[in-house]
Design a protein around this ligand. Structure first.
Ligand code: PLP
Length: 438
């Protein structure tokens, strides 16, 4: 189902849970203001409906002669086509389903030819920063101006030894939402004969991605950030390295044939993509991810307009909060998606996040967002707060968030809090968990 946006003829896809009410301390309930889309986005209603439709049918994939198995296999294989279309990927690109972006980038890291030089900026999310091992990993400092990124990358690639090279890059920062100049950096990579892997976890929910136009070799993203439930992600890209690599996981599905030679087993591995999809595939999760791709792909104009408007409102509101400082890699004017991190002078981010939730029913993220190098650099070691927008966000959520923050900063909390198990939490928390948890 879609819903008309007031003041426009466009329709925005609806999310499940938009009417969710959560308890606040003291006994009241309020509508939940989910400002944590960058962590996990709520499920689209169209995705929920598609999953409901599949549930009676789902069965084993690639393994059964039964009709439901054949349906499930078809659903699973069709999902590859939906993802390819969503990304404008090449027909020859492999589409490998994984658990999430982290899994996809680890798979790529395990599939690199020996002695591949990996070059990446140091402010990446840990999922893109950490999987690469060995002496040939070159971390370069993120420049303070995005226009210098190409030059810095060019210089770094010039210093890498002859041989395969991979540049790893985020589409958008999960800390600041700032969009990286992907096409420009891919062109630099090409001049050096390097491949480029795009961590699209934060870009894919907000902007269309065109693999061919950007000229990138690999893209990884997660279903749960594009409005499908958790559990499925994808790695899309050139199949040669993936085909030459040993399976990422070994087991059923990754094997074409296993023969018993007494003292050893002879194994012929499957071809890509099954080669890296050992075990029973997550057909429900993959279907959800594919339907989310299809829905988003039909609504970019509305999605971007909705987020642009709310992002402007959020940033203007934050500017009125005494002591609030927005974090930025490249400066406040740089293009960004609906993700804003900030610190408030003299305030603990964990405490503010706990009070926003407990007293106002607002969900934000606090800490260093699995990007410790970036956050530590931008905050001089403080923890930060992050508010992130998406299809489930409304102007009321943004306004309530800004008003709550202003009141917490100016007047302090209305409840008492303490650090419990390492996190700020309300004392005598009387918020009841939903009945299904009892
Ligand atoms: N890359 C970026 C930029 C992210 O923001 C995230 C998650 O927040 C990831 C990678 C990892 O995604 P996942 O936790 O779904 O593997």
């Amino acid at each position: 189902m879609t819903v008309a946006v007031p003041g426009s003829i466009a329709a925005l896809p609806r999310v499940v849970g938009s009417a969710l009410r959560v308890p606040v301390v003291g006994g009241a309930r309020v509508q939940y203001a989910n400002l944590d889309h960058a962590a996990s986005a709520p499920c689209l209603e169209q995705v929920r409906d598609a999953v409901d439709e599949l549930l009676p049918w789902y069965a084993s994939v690639h393994r059964g002669a039964g009709f439901a198995s054949q349906v499930s296999t078809k659903v699973y294989e069709q999902a590859r086509a939906s993802v390819r279309k969503f990304l404008g990927a090449r027909q020859s690109d492999a589409v490998v389903f994984t658990r999430n972006t982290t899994d996809a980038l680890n798979l790529l890291a395990r599939s690199l030819p020996r002695h591949t030089s990996v070059v990446l900026f140091d402010t990446e999310h840990h999922a893109a920063l950490l999987p690469w091992r060995g002496p040939n990993v070159h971390r370069i400092e993120t420049p303070a101006d995005a226009s210098r990124a190409a030059g810095v990358l060019d210089a770094a690639l010039s210093r890498t030894p002859v041989g395969p090279r991979l540049v790893v890059l985020s589409g958008a920062s999960n800390v600041t939402g700032e969009v990286w100049p992907v096409a420009e950096l891919a062109a630099v990579a090409r001049r050096h004969g390097a491949r480029i892997a795009l961590d699209a976890a934060q870009l894919a929910p907000h902007r269309p991605i065109d693999v061919k136009a950007l000229d990138v070799d690999y893209v990884a993203f997660s279903g749960h950030k594009i409005y499908a439930p958790l559990g499925a992600g994808v790695l899309v890209g050139r199949s040669d390295w993936l085909q030459a690599a040993d399976p990422y996981l070994v087991g059923g599905g990754a094997t074409a044939r296993v023969t018993d030679h007494g003292d050893r087993l002879g194994v012929a591995w499957s071809a890509v993509p099954e080669r890296h999809e050992a075990g029973s595939p997550n057909v429900v999760g993959v279907h959800a991810l594919a339907v989310a791709c299809e829905v988003l792909g039909r609504h970019w104009e509305q999605t971007e307009a909705h987020e642009r408007e709310l992002l402007g409102r959020l940033r203007a509101g934050l500017a009125t909060v005494p002591g609030a400082h927005e974090l930025s890699l490249f400066g406040p004017e740089h293009d960004r998606v609906g993700v804003v991190s900030f610190v408030v002078t003299g305030q603990d981010a964990g405490f503010l996040a706990a009070a926003l939730s407990a007293e106002h029913g607002i969900g934000v993220r606090d800490g260093a967002f699995c990007a410790h190098v970036a956050v530590n650099r931008l905050t001089d070691g403080q923890r930060a707060l992050r508010a992130s927008l998406g299809l489930g966000s409304t102007a009321e959520h943004v306004d309530r968030f800004v008003a709550a923050l202003r009141s917490l900063v100016a007047e302090g909390p209305k409840w008492r809090y303490a650090i419990q198990d390492g996190r700020w939490a309300p004392l005598e928390d009387d918020r009841a968990l939903p009945p299904f948890l009892h």
